[in-house]
Ligand binder design. Structure first.
Ligand code: ADP
Ligand code: MG
Length: 310
């Protein structure tokens, strides 16, 4: 944002117009419509957007000069929408003029920390260069800190990150994401991060009902629908899958639907004799859900643990 010359300093501000013109309204509406549930998260994002709109108006009037700290932490279990929301926030910050480009760069420890002496600083700096003008999303950020290893290179990455979070906060927003308890412990041992992060947003687990609605919107996005039996089977699936290890909220649902579409295609091949209409090609039935091993008390996939990873 460039400072206006003094004689052009506005006397009043129309916040409603700023809300419309900036496109913030549009992003918030899309957030509301495309994401099921997440009421507390949506509320926090609206509040932050309001704060930033007022901050921008105050700067235009010369009432504020400091760039607000926009670094955030997103805590919650896997598949609760953290990465998805980070993308929307990057867009929002771009529309408000807080970052030049508004892209999201997602990394984990391995992208920042090298294996050998001298490798970490260049790796971290390369990532930061890519993320400048946008949002850097560090998934499972606490893995950067490994106190049990005496000379862990993670510490080097941490120091560079802290410096850039302080010095470049007008052009880079860092989001640290991961499980709530581990993130708490990470902040306890790294107060430098805690003091640089102003916004802590918690992502709750989805309820069974929310996951059922998410499954329907995910199918609709791909032009599929459940019939009554398919919908009911999916609801049962959700209850059973949640009780199993490596449950990953909406991500488990997405994976289950991928497998359901596979079964549907095979079912159509094996059973159809004549021409199929659009409805037949788009309907997910009970027969596409119930063969899942989840109904036999087993895991749906051999590598279910991968669901709980980024
Ligand atoms: N509230 C929601 N409504 C619809 N789809 C969702 C919602 N939350 C997550 N998803 C979908 O679930 C998947 C996992 O979400 P993601 O943002 O990667 O979770 P996380 O980063 O917390 O592990 C993505 O495909 C995403 O589109
Ligand atoms: Mg994620």
């Amino acid at each position: 944002m460039t400072a206006e010359p003094k004689e052009m300093t506005p006397q009043t501000v129309d916040l409603a117009a700023a809300y419309e013109d900036s496109g913030v309204k549009e992003v918030l509406r899309e957030l509301d419509e495309t994401l099921i549930g997440l009421a507390p998260v949506k509320k926090r994002i609206k509040e932050t957007a309001a704060l930033l709109l007022v901050d921008r108006a105050r700067r235009e009037m010369g009432l504020a000069t400091e760039t607000p700290t926009l670094h955030m932490s997103f805590t919650g279990n896997p598949g609760t929408g953290k990465t998805t929301v980070a993308l929307k926030i990057a867009d929002l910050l771009h529309r408000l003029g807080y970052v030049r480009k508004g892209h999201l760069v997602t990394v984990t420890r391995d992208d920042l920390v090298g294996q050998y002496i001298g490798h970490t600083a260049p790796k971290t700096k390369e990532v930061l260069k890519k993320a400048m003008g946008g949002v850097l999303f560090i998934d499972e950020a606490y893995y950067l800190y490994r106190p049990e290893n005496e000379r862990d290179y993670g510490q080097e990455a941490i120091e560079i990150l802290l410096q850039v979070m302080e010095n470049n906060r007008d052009d880079l927003v860092v989001v640290l994401a991961g499980y709530a308890d581990r993130m708490d412990r990470f902040f306890d041992s790294n107060p430098g991060f805690r003091s640089r992060i102003a916004h802590h947003i918690e992502f709750p687990d989805y309820s069974d009902d929310e996951l059922a609605r998410i499954s329907e919107t995910m199918l609709a996005e791909q032009n599929y629908v459940f019939d009554a039996g398919g919908k009911h089977a999916m609801e049962e699936y959700i209850g059973k899958r949640r009780a199993q290890p490596h449950f990953a909220n909406a991500r488990s649902i997405r994976n289950a639907l991928d497998r359901a579409r596979l079964r549907q295609a095979n079912r159509l091949f094996e059973t159809s004799t004549g021409p199929l209409d659009a409805k037949a090609l788009s309907t997910i039935t009970e027969a596409d859900i119930r063969p899942s091993r989840v109904f036999q008390g087993g895991l749906d996939v051999d590598r279910a643990h991968e669901e709980t990873r980024a």
